[in-house]
Design a protein around this ligand. Structure first.
Ligand code: RP5
Length: 162
């Protein structure tokens, strides 16, 4: 496998079931990714090191998932020049609204592209599309994927029409 272009990080291994969808997208599009547990609160120095070195190691996009007091995506975005896509992970008590608010309300200057609660699939797709903007082969795969979505809808319509 070639060196990873997408870094998928999460605050805890308990986020992995949610983040698995982003990993699956990378695999589906044949984009090399690396997966790491990096906690803003439990391993703050590891987080700083990861974020500061990510672009030097060849990563192009970071997908960061966290739940609750979800500071990981925003803190990583503050420390890297790479685009960061945040995934609010659903929580037991507040169902992920806490995660969403923690990730989406970034101050001007330090953006985190935030997807819907639990929607790591879209985070993976967005990361792939960022790479595809300057990789024609990957762009073609994205277009094929979009066509497959249209085909799926039209098949459902055809079944309804029978
Ligand atoms: C956050 O706290 C993690 O992103 C996770 O969503 C949440 C709970 O972590 P665990 O207590 O399950 O390890 O930092």
């Amino acid at each position: 496998m070639s060196s990873p272009l997408i870094g998928i990080i999460m605050g805890s291994d308990s986020d992995l079931p949610t983040m698995q969808a982003a990993i699956a997208v990378c695999e589906e599009f044949g984009v090399a990714c690396e997966v790491s547990i990096v906690s803003a609160h439990r391993t703050p120095e590891r987080m700083v090191d990861y974020a500061q070195k990510a672009h030097l190691r060849g990563l192009k996009v970071i997908v960061a998932g966290a739940g609750g007091a979800a500071h990981l995506p925003g803190m990583v975005a503050a420390l890297t020049p790479l685009p960061v896509i945040g995934v609010p992970v659903a929580t037991r008590h507040l169902q992920g609204v806490d995660s969403l608010y923690s990730i989406v309300q970034m101050p001007g200057g330090i953006p985190v592209a935030t997807v819907a609660i639990g929607n790591a699939k879209n985070a993976g797709l967005l990361a792939v599309q960022i790479l595809a903007s300057h990789q024609p082969d990957l762009l073609e795969k994205v277009q094929q994927y979009r066509q497959s979505l249209q085909d799926m809808v039209m098949e459902k319509q055809a079944r309804l029409d029978q």
